[in-house]
Design a protein around this ligand. Structure first.
Ligand code: PLP
Length: 445
């Protein structure tokens, strides 16, 4: 075979060559069909091969594909910003476009620090996050991520930002039990802030539903209301990283709407373009923007491709498609169906410890012992093996592991495109059922 010059995620592994995609299906060059049970990386929200998105990009490209944001604004980006501001809660009315989720969270970090600097406060330059979190791969975003596996190689370059415990009830980091705990993980944030000194902290960043590092961890209902009031009390901005949860994925446009909590900054990526083009955004509240407008007037975070007209045209077409097909409503109903179906698998397979999620962001956690919730040893490679059995059977699911035994064990995300039907959910469940059965027999032999 011809030598490949493309660097792959795992060198030496074989990756099938993709041919095309349609709806929830992908096809490789050998004609094998895969159900996209993870929307790639929780991205292909409207499914593959939607021609009207390609047409919208082509129509924009015929006029102009690129302009430099320091020289021109453009109609597509203006309209997209307006649309996002319409959907965003509270006074989140200003949008800064970037190209990836990591850039969106890194921009949020910089804006939070800038907000205080504009007011003459120069000590607030730390961003608190949580253990069991992922906010991106660039150094600023990774500094805010409680993801040991992704941090370990670069620890000397990363800021050691303080971290609060995650609201991870199934494997509670405080070894407590809900509801008797009184949501102690939220109170713990206050203790940490007081120990460090609120004068040093600019923001607290959260994934509304923890995704890549923990497998759709949904906090108790009271959690975010408590977090919001602690942030307000100590003059700390609250950043909701909705890169994975935003754009309808959990059955609301923004996941924070489930708890009626309004953050100061929201980040978006992934589903915003549904994978048709690289595009992401940081949405900023009037309160924060006012300080920047009255101060330096510049956000030092632009990229060459920021607010790209062709990408903006794709994102607008994605939102129109979602609206026309009532995809957010579909996500709520079909998400419930998926969660219930996964729960039925749990009764059947003892290695399934927990099923959780919101909308079509569902997680399955695997444990050695469902009574004690003891995780598998890392060397068992449970998630990796399950992924490869599923792949073989034509189903794509997403690994969600922190990489340290007992930290956030073996979990997968089942997060198909929001267009999925009940019959297609049944197909996913059928394959997963067989795959988990096969894995179980490998683990006991
Ligand atoms: N934030 C969250 C919550 C994510 O899940 C991810 C990616 O998985 C990112 C940020 C980083 O996004 P990207 O991979 O587009 O840089």
């Amino acid at each position: 075979m011809r030598k490949s010059h493309l660097i792959k995620p795992v060198l030496g592994n074989d990756y099938p060559v993709i041919s095309h995609g349609k709806g929830i299906y992908l096809y490789d060059k050998d004609g094998k069909q895969y159900i996209d049970g993870s929307s790639g990386a929780i991205t292909a929200n409207i499914g593959h091969g939607v021609e009207e998105i390609a047409e919208a990009m082509w129509n924009q490209a015929k006029h102009v594909s690129f302009v430099y944001r320091s020289q021109f604004t453009n109609e597509a980006a203006e309209r997209l910003a307006e649309k996002l501001a319409e959907y965003a809660p509270g006074d989140l009315n200003s949008v800064f476009f970037v190209n990836s989720g990591s850039e969106a969270t890194e921009t949020a970090l910089k804006i939070a620090i800038q907000y205080f600097q504009e007011q003459g406060i120069h000590t607030k330059n730390k961003v608190l996050s949580r253990w069991t979190s992922y906010h991106g791969i660039t150094l600023g975003a990774l500094s805010m991520s409680g993801h040991p596996l992704r941090r370990q190689r670069f620890s000397s370059l990363l800021e050691d930002f303080p971290v609060a415990p995650a609201p991870y009830c199934y494997q509670c980091p405080l070894k407590d039990t809900y509801p008797g705990c009184g949501v102690r993980c939220a109170d713990e944030l206050e203790t940490i802030i007081q120990a460090i000194g609120p004068e040093q902290i600019a923001a607290f960043i959260v994934e509304p539903v923890i995704g890549a590092s923990g497998g759709a961890i949904v906090p108790p209902d009271e959690y975010y209301t408590k977090i919001r009031s602690i942030c307000t009390k100590f003059n700390i901005l609250m950043i909701a990283d909705e890169v994975m949860t935003g754009m309808g994925r959990t059955g609301k446009m923004f996941a924070m709407e489930h708890w009626d909590v309004i953050p100061d900054i929201i980040t978006l990526g992934k589903g915003m373009s549904a994978g048709y083009t690289p595009m992401a955004a940081t949405i900023i509240s009037d309160r924060v923007m006012k300080e920047i407008e009255n101060g330096s007037k510049i956000i030092m975070g632009g990229h060459t491709f920021s607010a790209n007209p062709q990408s903006a045209a794709a994102c607008l077409a994605v939102i129109q498609f979602m609206e026309r097909n009532s995809l957010i409503e579909n996500t709520e109903t079909i998400g419930e169906y998926l969660l219930n179906s996964l729960q039925r698998l749990q009764w059947k397979h003892s290695i399934i410890g927990d099923i959780r999620g919101k909308g079509l962001l569902c997680g399955v956690e695997f444990v050695k012992d469902p009574i004690t919730r003891e995780p598998f040893e890392i060397s068992s490679k449970v998630t990796e093996r399950l992924l490869s059995i599923c792949f073989e059977k034509g189903l794509l699911v997403y690994p969600a592991v922190g990489g340290v035994t007992g930290f956030s064990g073996d979990s997968i995300l089942v997060s198909p495109p929001l267009i999925i039907t009940k019959e297609q959910v049944n197909d996913i469940i059928d394959i997963l059922d067989h795959a988990v059965g096969e894995l179980t027999s490998l683990l006991i032999t």
